[in-house]
Design a protein around this ligand. Structure first.
Ligand code: DDH
Length: 291
């Protein structure tokens, strides 16, 4: 399938900045959601799961078609709970009928990263809604958190990412929480789960032990017993090919922001062909527009 970006007739930067601003305003109106996490984590995870089904070798999956509303992708266990983010955004599909699901869901992630204090994320529109169920990715493309470092490495390689990019992307776990009712895992990775920072790496390098509970195997921090790491998060510390980047990002938030911005922007565009010379939009944050 050739997935060529096509921007709706007459639409440009200002139109998408308006959608950005509406999403940002709704996030701001719901800062208490999920015990104070707000919608940042939910929206970033939605943007990642709609994109992370991509397989480079056959150019299948990815955010282009906005296929997550269709079976079997909608029922993929790894997507449990993401109807919340899709429902959060659906009013903007009604208000701006020209925007595609793929554009709306990826734009939601960009808003969440930028408005929670993260780096600017260059973003391009032009995904198209696809109704053809043959293009809906099978479950099994998104990562299983119980696995080891080699599994994580191979899974991100399937999308075309190297080790540095893989470690940078997983730093998004600074935002949001795990919910037993979605994944069987529980809790946030740190105390500032509504702020985009390099805190995930700083904490990961601290002390962790296996949590004693009836649930899935996960880790909790030695200091407070109140934060968590998944087995796949711990794998970033266990493998020599990952830990060097964990250390770099723990020391240097600017470097993390720079690498995350590039890798996440690439993630959201996996599988999509853009016209030559097409220029990404860099949206203004709400704060910048108030200045
Ligand atoms: Fe993740 N993630 N993620 N993740 N993720 C969960 C939550 C969030 C894995 C497993 C889980 C990325 C990589 C991985 C976010 C962003 C990103 C949860 C909990 C599990 C489980 C869901 C729930 O219970 O509600 C695994 C495994 C990997 C892996 O790579 C090996 C990446 C690359 C990103 C990204 O955005 C680039 C975010 C944000 C959340 C918090 C969601 C929320 O509702 O809050």
């Amino acid at each position: 399938v050739i997935k060529i970006a096509q921007v709706p007739e007459g639409k440009g930067f200002e139109d998408y900045q308006n959608v950005y601003n509406d999403i940002a305003a709704k996030i701001e109106d719901n800062l208490d959601f999920d015990g104070g996490a707000g919608y940042y984590g939910q929206l970033v995870r939605l943007s990642w799961h709609t994109s992370g089904t991509y397989t480079k070798s056959d150019n299948t999956g990815g955010s282009y078609g906005g296929t997550m509303i269709y079976s079997p992708e909608s029922f993929d266990g790894e997507n449990a709970g993401l109807a919340v983010g899709r429902d959060f955004l659906i009013e903007f599909k009604d208000k701006y009928p020209w925007i595609s699901r793929g554009d709306l869901w990826t734009l939601g992630g960009v808003v969440a990263v930028q408005e929670s204090g993260g780096p600017k994320i260059p973003w391009r529109p032009g995904r198209k809604d696809i109704y053809d169920r043959a293009t809906v990715p099978e479950p099994g493309k998104l990562p299983d958190a119980s696995k080891d470092g080699k599994y994580v490495r191979d899974l991100f390689k399937r999308m075309g990412f190297n080790d540095r990019e893989t470690v940078a992307l997983i730093g998004a776990h600074c935002l949001g929480k795990c919910h037993t009712y979605n994944s069987g895992y529980d809790g946030p990775w740190g105390p500032s789960f509504n702020m985009f920072t390099n805190d995930f790496y700083v904490r990961l390098l601290g002390g962790w032990h296996v949590k004693k509970w009836d649930g899935k195997k996960q880790y909790e921090d030695d200091e407070t017993n109140s934060f968590m790491m998944l087995p796949t998060d711990m794998a970033l510390k266990e493998e020599s090919y990952f830990i060097k980047y964990v250390k770099e990002y723990a020391k240097d938030q600017d470097l993390f922001f720079k690498d995350f911005s590039k890798a996440y922007s690439t993630l959201l565009e996996l599988g999509i062909s853009y016209p030559r010379g097409s220029k990404p939009f860099i949206f203004k944050t709400v704060d910048e527009q108030e200045e």
